[in-house]
Ligand binder design. Structure first.
Ligand code: SF4
Ligand code: SF4
Length: 114
């Protein structure tokens, strides 16, 4: 499993109902790019991994660097959501990656997160 390092894209991009956190709004616990409740964060945060983190994808695809964050739901109805920060993030390489993962699971693309 890769290390997130300075990335915290999921703390902004994803909707987290337990925290009343809407999609594309920074979590209220995020301060200076760090989680202020890290040791006590909820299990949803603790056990979340984006696909980059669990893959052998290159470093440039890390969500904060690429502007692309891919998540997969758990079984039995698995599908992938590809969050794309802006249209420039949807490069040919990223399209190829999405097509590749789409061979295994259906993919929904959500564009325009900030
Ligand atoms: S988006 Fe992925 S790499 Fe970035 S903090 Fe979340 S799990 Fe880690
Ligand atoms: S509680 Fe912490 S880990 Fe969870 S979304 Fe908020 S800032 Fe991120």
């Amino acid at each position: 499993m890769k290390n997130c390092d300075s990335c915290n894209e999921c703390c902004t991009v994803l909707s987290i109902p337990e925290l009343n956190k809407p999609f594309n709004i920074a979590c209220k616990n995020l301060c200076n790019s760090k989680c202020t409740v890290y040791e006590k964060r909820i299990d949803t945060c603790k056990f979340f991994n984006c696909l980059w983190r669990t893959s052998n994808w290159p470093d440039w695809l890390r969500p904060d660097k690429s502007g692309v964050l891919l998540t997969v739901t758990s079984e039995p109805n698995q599908y992938i959501t590809a969050y794309i920060k802006h249209r420039f993030a949807l490069t040919k390489k990223v399209r190829r990656l999405i097509k590749h993962v789409g061979n295994k699971y259906p993919v929904t693309i959500r564009e325009g997160y900030k």
